[in-house]
Design a binder for this molecule. Sequence first.
Ligand SMILES: Cc1ncc(COP(=O)(O)O)c(C=O)c1O
Length: 450
Amino acid sequence: MAQDKMYLTNDDMPRQWYNVAADIKQWLTPPLDPANAKPMDPSKLAAIFPENLIEQEMSVERWIDIPEEVLEALVVYRPSPLVRARRLEKFLGTPARIFYKNESVSPAGSHKPNTAIPQAYYNKVAGVRRLTTETGAGQWGSALAYATNHFGLECTVYMVRKSFEQKPFRKSMMNMFGAEVIPSPSDKTKAGRDILTRMPDTPGSLGIAISEAVEDAIAHDDARYSLGSVLNHVLLHQTVTGLEVKKQMALGGVKPDVLIGCCGGGSNFAGLVFPFVPDRLEGKKIRMVAVEPSACPTMTKGVFAYDFGDTGKLTPLLKMYTLGHDFIPPGIHAGGLRYHGMAPLVSILIDQGLVEPVNRHQLACFEAAIMFAKTEGIIPAPESSHAIRVAIDEALRAKEEGQAKDITFLLSGHGHLDLTAYDDYFAGKLHDYEYPEEAIATSMKGLPKV
Ligand SMILES: Cc1ncc(COP(=O)(O)O)c(C=O)c1O
């Protein structure tokens, strides 16, 4: 019988993270202080992040050691398998081979613990007592709740209101790991109260929830803030997936012809593709395709400019693809992809033409998710369905062109707690949102002048 699952042993776990900043130094741009538009003084970030993580954020060392305590926590569910989707291939009648890196096997059900664990660890070492964060779909909040519980920290999660209503069991899961969960915008913070006054019925957004979590951390000496995507150190931690995939490809004779990931803030995509960037820079033919929702087209319709990471303008300015920090995306079910910005490191690779950004509508993604569930037996998270959609589109194109190639995507999470979304899809309640041109144009006017 054909060997379709490429497993690694604990000894094959990467011992170091790969830092892409080392290889794209010439294109890096510093975070700016919104007060004077000058490069941010790292010490000013200390009210938000512990020093050890600020150091990682700024680092241009190519390899960074993974602490032993972090490795011990990661091997609870890592290395994760790389699997050939043979039944999906057969269903599509494609000559292409399709593989997926299955990150849904973690305790939280997604790739998010890959950074939640090291972030909780570094905060613990730095003497922090409580972490605050935001969550969209609830995957990140669950991951941080799991990790803070593991290292004995407290955790407060501001959950985007739309997701809080759509995904009540994510809240149960976070509560189970001991976290407090607050629907955002809330009346606990000034940022939340301001939005509620202006827009009492807002579905909320990641930008607003970030403002609340940052404000909470700044207001309490023993608390720090933790972000589940976008920042350099988060993307760094996610490279365990791509490093494992490289080993698995070598074992199974798989070629990295096309690599695909969905993009909210860019962390799962970065985790998969960054370890392949040196090969690409050497001239190897590797396509890296980043997929976002058509309803929140940051990379495909946004601008590459300095902007705030949050709606309340509390964060440093980052140079990134953005739709403007005021943009509140429509309430699509892929809550984790409703973010106005994109990780600066991913943005650079797009700007340099190394990464291909594409967008897909939600109904086409749900259709792909159901095809995947019926053939491969895994119900994907709505976010991950964007990567599946493009993997299927690529496989169908290969069929049309009669070309054999290897397509690998990252399955960023399972959808066991997203079944309401699938019910809504089957009931015909979901629709596609056209590119919200006017809303984006208005929001773009608010970009800071740098
Ligand atoms: C399952 C899943 N996939 C993808 C994402 C998007 O995040 P990122 O782009 O940082 O990987 C999220 C975010 O919440 C998620 O929960």
